[in-house]
Unconditional design. Structure first.
Length: 208
């Protein structure tokens, strides 16, 4: 038979109640504080398929493309630089309209001419200055400056080379000091006077 447990007497029960009432709990807050709820794990976003590296491309991926469709127009477009004749044609008209029309059509004969063809830039610049200032000083109005069109040599390099350095440089010289005050208008010559290889230079009247 098992051992029978002895019941406490009334005096023992009263003594135990006094002892239990005088005790203090070591962690009273921990006994009654509820445990915080555990948040569920956040779902992991699935990566979008990369069409550049995907082995399969479905018909839905290509639905936005139509064979033969035109290129979408953009706000920015590359505009090539205007050519030299275009820049001269768009320059402000400073001389008489009728005289300018006759000049560009080759109906006015130049009163003097200078041929810079074959010269270097260093040689041609001072020659042009002397010619223009002397022509204005003697009262001439229309003179012809011949530059040549430039030789087309072999151009095998990665950077394109501009041909006809004098043809491109002379108009700049004519609009710079000391020639700018003497020059009223510059235009490409008519074919009968050299065409793209020459310029009409219409001079201002001399102040003398």
């Amino acid at each position: 038979m098992g051992r029978r447990r002895r019941r406490l007497s009334e005096e023992e029960q009263a003594l135990w109640a006094q002892v239990a009432a005088s005790t203090v709990a070591l962690h009273p807050a921990a006994q009654h504080q509820p445990k915080p709820p555990v948040a569920p794990p956040s779902p992991v976003a699935k990566p979008k398929p990369n069409l550049h590296h995907s082995a399969r491309v479905t018909h839905a991926d290509l639905v936005a493309f139509r064979l033969g469709q035109s290129v979408v127009e953009t706000a920015w477009r590359h505009q090539p630089a205007p050519s030299l004749p275009e820049r001269l044609a768009e320059a402000p008209l400073n001389m008489d309209v009728k005289a300018h029309r006759k000049m560009t059509r080759g109906r006015l004969s130049p009163e003097a001419r200078i041929d810079l063809h074959g010269m270097t830039l260093a040689e041609a610049h001072p020659e042009l200055i002397r010619f223009i200032l002397r022509a204005q000083d003697t009262g001439l109005r229309l003179v012809l400056v011949i530059t040549g069109k430039g030789r087309l040599g072999a151009d095998d390099g990665p950077i394109p080379t501009r041909h006809g350095l004098l043809r491109h440089q002379v108009p700049h010289w004519l609009h710079q000091m000391p020639l700018a005050p003497a020059v009223l208008q510059v235009a490409q010559a008519h074919l009968k006077h050299g065409g793209a290889g020459a310029y009409y230079v219409y001079l201002r009247r001399s102040a003398r």
